[in-house]
Design a protein around this ligand. Structure first.
Ligand code: SF4
Length: 319
């Protein structure tokens, strides 16, 4: 198995974080969950075991290079193609990033590991922590997240609530809604009860807009999502972009082909998304996409009346 190397993406404009530079510290699809709505396909390494997938020093050196070459980064964001808190060095990394660079640090997490004190207590220096809430009970939790066997709904919710009581900085809760699974009014009321216990600073309502891992993950339509958002109260906002425009953190290095592969490794995109995200010429993008499809690296999939391009198989050089 090749050695995993951290990657720094962006910055590109992010709806939630301004100019956010993503730090991918986890091998592709290493996660505690296998969410039906995941844009990255099926989880290939479902686990609850934290590991140092790549040395923290190496990640910091990569961030230093990125920060020197790119001005005006609003946030350094621990994110990636899996659950970033599975990296055993993630909390230490937050502290080093805060100390070394004068840039706010955000942590995008599914929240499943916040019940562990050794993780939650050491995230105190992050400026923003953004966990996800989609289920109101164990059964819905299992249906939506298909979690690793040791990860249980009650522990996850208690963990997020306990974390939010101790955490002094911003906690923004992503509430992910799926038509027919957690979008009915009784489910929404139960989710609201949990939100009231978490007391996040923001409630960021989202739904499926890109090809998902499982076809049972269907989007809540715009009007209904807006009505449901109102039930969650004044702190709630919709972060779904129904135009399909990406909220991307893409690589600024390497040739266009590599940039497209890196982008599609992160999430499915339309041709327009790629052109806009990489400031590339449309004809060149079309040509490269055709080549990547012929090589079996990328596939095209229709969704919501658009064609999304997504990674079909990983290159040998990827982890
Ligand atoms: S959506 Fe996030 S938490 Fe869910 S499987 Fe994908 S990477 Fe993991």
């Amino acid at each position: 198995m090749s050695k995993f190397t951290s990657k720094i993406f962006g910055p590109v404009p992010s709806r939630r974080l301004g100019r956010s530079s993503g730090i991918d510290i986890i091998p592709f699809k290493t996660c505690t969950y296998d969410c039906i709505y995941c844009q990255l396909g099926k989880t290939t390494d479902k686990t609850d075991k934290c590991s140092e997938f790549c040395p923290v020093g190496e990640i910091v050196a990569n961030v230093e290079k990125a920060v020197k070459s790119i001005p005006n980064i609003d946030y350094l964001t621990l994110s990636g193609s899996g659950e970033p808190l599975l990296h055993s060095g993630a909390p230490k990394l937050v502290d080093i990033l805060k100390r070394e660079f004068n840039i706010p640090v955000a942590v995008l997490t599914n929240g499943s590991l916040l019940y562990r004190n050794e993780i939650a207590d050491t995230l105190a220096n992050a400026d923003v922590v953004m966990p996800t809430l989609a289920a109101d009970c164990e059964r819905t939790f299992e249906i939506i997240h298909r979690p690793y066997q040791t990860i249980k709904f009650d522990n996850v919710i208690e963990g997020i609530i306990k974390f939010s009581k101790k955490f002094d900085h911003e906690l923004w809760l992503e509430v992910f809604l799926i038509e027919g699974i957690n979008s009915e009014i009784d489910k929404i009321k139960s989710i609201k009860t949990i939100i009231n216990q978490i007391e996040p600073h923001k409630v960021q309502v989202n739904t499926v807009t890109r090809p998902a891992s499982d076809e049972s993950a269907v989007a809540v339509n715009e009007k209904k999502l807006n009505d449901l958002k109102n039930i969650f109260g004044d702190k709630a906002e919709i972060i779904t972009d129904y135009s399909g425009k990406p909220d991307l953190e893409n690589s600024q290095t390497g040739g266009l082909e590599n940039k497209i592969i890196t982008l599609l490794e992160r999430r499915p995109c339309t041709e327009k998304d790629i052109v806009e995200a990489l400031l590339a010429h449309k004809v060149e993008v079309i040509k490269i996409l055709e080549e990547l499809i012929n090589m079996g690296i990328v596939e095209a999939r229709p969704q919501h009346g658009k064609i999304f391009y997504m990674q079909k198989r990983k290159l040998k050089s990827q982890d």
